[in-house]
Write a protein that binds this ligand. Sequence first.
Ligand code: GDP
Length: 162
Amino acid sequence: MVEQTLVFVKPDGVERGLVGEIFARFEKVGLKIVGMKMMHADKAHVQKHYAAHLEKDFYPPVENFITSGPVVAAVLEGVGAVSLVRKIVGGTEPHSAAPGTIRGDYAHMNYAYADGPAKAKGLRNVIHASGNEEEAKAEIELWFSKDELFDYKLLHEKHTRG
Ligand code: GDP
């Protein structure tokens, strides 16, 4: 039940100064940040991360986009964290992502624009979140070493009667 999942704020979110607002949303629902770092992902790393998409037409722009600047990656922990974080992040296409979600509130681009003349820039959708538990395990292993992940208690986990 208690799961860990991987997120990273993409270069558009970092450049727009949204890192704090985004992580505030995860913290407010009670998710625990168990690892966090800024890094400039290189092409080899992005290819491993998006291995399932390498042959797709939209992959080259995605690679350009994710390697265009630093990202802020984190591992979040909580009850049903994988699907909870996907709910908070919203659908892949910002234009159709529900209002109230991160992608719905902080971005507006649609597939038609991203796949049109502006293609080289990629679909700017602010954040990545693991799609399911299997992906989450593989992505956490790819992005974080064991000594970059921390075991600690949130304040409410420390509360006792005595
Ligand atoms: P996610 O799990 O919601 O991020 O979606 P996917 O794993 O399906 O796709 C990975 C990333 O590739 C997305 O976040 C987008 O940045 C990009 N992407 C996915 N589908 C498309 C598409 O149809 N067109 C374009 N331009 N980019 C896409």
